[in-house]
Ligand binder design. Structure first.
Ligand code: ADP
Ligand code: MG
Length: 365
């Protein structure tokens, strides 16, 4: 039970707003696809068009190869779990799951079978007689998922379903939903603005920005090879600063920091329109070198003064001034024995040139 989804040039405009702007993508059978984007980027509108609750201004939606653009929601065989798609408080868990099946005129025996099955799927087989108020937030969300699954849909849409839960429970539920999805194999389109959640759960992520597709890829592709400065900044953390272009090589650029030191960086675009480019480096790609240590030519070496130390338990972050007004964040695991460095100390850092990515655009957020 799984379905494929194709979006072709999907557009939704409201007076004065282009909510979704020519969105095209293929979502494969059984895939866990996440729409990730800031608030207002068009995630909910896109989901709502796939569900059939919102009519597109133009474009097409195919489910399993069939054009459903003008097919009403109840004929699309799609399950939905929304953050505000709350359980009915006056109904038991059993009745909650049975309700939409009743509406669809499913027989009593069939309802009993499906509710029992759905409760097993979400590992709450004994909870049918309880009321939602007698369940934890995570259990309620699992019941909402069970209700969506009871239809046996090929496609489940989830819009920020874990938004209301606290961090620990949210992380637990992320893994749990992912396991249920993998076991049952239904296609999932999941909406979140939380990049960690997207990285944890997804087979692929579509980053949306102002209704447009900014980049689509696996979590690793998006994190390791962001195609734009926006993605480099939005997914994970990046140090972003400007540097002058000294030489343009085939694969790498020789750059210079304001105030002096030259270094190499990966050339990310075909055309390099100097005189400067933006550089993005992830905080954990740096390594703190000890006084006697040397590194191969593949590594850039920076020196700087520590401006601030933030202790995070498993790691610490140092802000280090490596050039005039270029302050970067360096993240280091806290080994034992702990590195004894503090504000005002000089640090020597190494970073592979491929971890220094360049972009010709400036960052406008
Ligand atoms: P997201 O879910 O990513 O936060 P939405 O899809 O809800 O974003 O909204 C995308 C844009 O469309 C926003 O600018 C929002 O204000 C606008 N929008 C969404 N729904 C409507 C509507 N019914 N009427 C007018 N504007 C809307
Ligand atoms: Mg939304």
């Amino acid at each position: 039970m799984s379905g494929s989804v194709v979006l072709k040039g999907l557009v939704k405009t409201y007076p004065g707003v282009v909510a979704v702007d020519h969105l095209s993508m293929d979502i494969r059978e059984g895939e866990f696809m996440t729409f990730l984007g800031a608030s207002g980027s068009g995630k909910t509108t896109t989901l709502s068009m796939i569900a059939g609750l919102t009519l597109p201004t133009s474009g097409e939606i195919l489910l399993n190869g069939q054009d459903v653009t003008f097919i009403p929601p109840h004929k699309r065989n799609i399950g939905m779990v929304f953050q505000n798609y709350a359980l009915f408080p006056h109904m038991t868990v059993y009745e909650n799951i049975a309700f939409p099946l009743k509406m669809h005129k499913v027989s009593k025996e069939e309802i009993a079978k499906r509710v029992t099955q759905a409760l097993h799927m979400v590992q709450l087989p004994q909870h049918g007689d309880r009321y939602p108020s007698q369940l934890s937030g995570g259990q309620q969300q699992r019941i909402a998922l069970a209700r969506a699954l009871s239809f046996e849909p090929g496609l489940i849409l989830m819009d920020e379903p874990l938004g209301a839960l606290d961090k620990k429970l949210r992380q637990h539920m992320q893994i749990e939903i992912k396991h249920i999805q993998e076991d049952l194999g239904f296609t999932t389109i999941y909406v979140t603005h939380d990049q960690e959640e997207a990285l944890t759960m997804s087979d692929r992520i579509a980053v949306l920005r102002d209704g447009k597709l900014e980049q689509l890829g696996t979590p690793e592709e998006l994190y390791e090879e962001p195609k734009t400065l926006y993605v480099a900044d939005f997914i994970g953390e990046s140090n972003i600063f400007k540097a002058d272009v000294l030489e343009v090589g085939e694969e790498r650029l020789k750059l210079q920091l304001p105030g002096g030191r030259s270094f190499y960086a990966l050339r990310c675009s075909e055309t390099v329109e100097g005189p400067e480019v933006s550089v993005a480096i992830r905080p954990e790609k740096f390594r703190v070198l000890s006084a006697s240590e040397t590194v191969s030519e593949e590594y850039n070496v920076f020196e700087g003064i520590i401006k601030e130390v933030i202790y995070f338990g498993e790691s610490s972050k140092y802000s280090v001034e490596i050039g005039k007004d270029v302050i970067i964040i360096v993240k280091q695991p806290n080994f034992y024995p702990a590195t004894k460095v503090g504000v005002g100390d000089q640090l020597t850092l190494s970073v592979h040139w491929r971890s220094c990515r360049t972009y010709c655009e400036g960052l406008s957020l």
